[in-house]
Design a binder for this molecule. Structure first.
Ligand SMILES: O=C(CO)COP(=O)(O)O
Length: 250
């Protein structure tokens, strides 16, 4: 058995100003010694202050994207080194919203992942099919090629996490069945094992898409689900707390 430490990751997306930092305080108070890793990825404007607030707590702070180059003429972008400088330890890469809104390809996500690893960050690489792709029976092909194309050769269990987020489940309240989640997570695990061997056995695979306190326990009971990447339900400490509790109990 490979020991994979479970991870509850919150993706605040483009939500939150200064007042939202109080949620981090509340979360830290509710979980002084959680039985899983807890990560909050606030918008870039809050990373530095969030990291300061989280100091001395069990909560890690991450970014939601980084550029693939270390510095240069890239207006509006943020490098991996800037994230670590601001206090981040993790970064989400290749989220479907970035793939859709910013045209991010697997090759670009892979380059970003290399940059993140080079800066000492843990990279959470997102993959997932659209509804049309699922209905066409292409889910495993699509997710498989995203995993293959987005992960760099040097990926290790300690530094790379995969997040399976079906696009049609994000923010919709629609959740795949536990069988569907298990099928995709099992396929991702097989690909990771084939390519990375023991490192692939140790890599965490998170599920994301409409995870709530009410459905978290049944999702966490699925084989090869090592935690969650949570959007809406991570914005309020009370909701995220319920998901953390379900993961601790899993
Ligand atoms: O995209 C997600 C996390 O990255 C999931 O978002 P929701 O939890 O709001 O569906």
């Amino acid at each position: 058995m490979t020991d994979r430490r479970k991870l509850a990751a919150g993706n605040w997306k483009m939500n939150g100003t200064s007042a939202a930092l109080a949620e981090i305080d509340a979360l830290a108070e509710a979980h002084p010694a959680p039985g899983c890793e807890v990560l909050i990825c606030p918008p870039a404007t809050l990373i530095h202050r969030a990291a300061q607030r989280a100091q001395g707590t069990a909560i890690a702070i991450g970014g939601q994207d980084c550029h693939h180059e270390p510095a240069g003429a890239h207006t509006g972008d943020i490098s991996a080194g800037m994230l670590t400088d601001a206090g981040a330890t993790h970064v989400i890469l290749g989220h479907s919203e970035r793939r859709a809104d910013h045209g991010e390809t697997d090759a670009l996500v892979r380059a970003k992942c290399e940059a993140a690893l080079g800066a000492g960050l843990v990279a959470i690489v997102c993959v997932g099919e659209t509804l049309a792709e699922r209905e066409a029976g292409r889910t495993l092909d699509v997710v498989g090629s995203q995993v293959t194309g987005s992960l760099p050769d040097g990926a290790t269990a300690a530094r790379v996490v995969v997040a399976y987020e079906p696009v049609w489940a994000i923010g919709t309240g629609h959740v795949p069945t536990v069988e569907q989640i298990g099928e995709v997570h099992g396929h991702i695990r097989k690909l990771l094992l084939e390519r990375f061997g023991a490192e692939g056995a140790g890599m965490r695979i998170l599920y994301g898409g409409s995870v709530k306190p009410s459905n978290a326990a049944e999702i966490f009971a699925v084989a090869d689900v090592d935690g969650a990447l949570v959007g809406g339900a991570s914005l309020k400490a009370a909701d995220f707390s319920g998901i953390i509790a379900a993961l601790e109990a899993a």
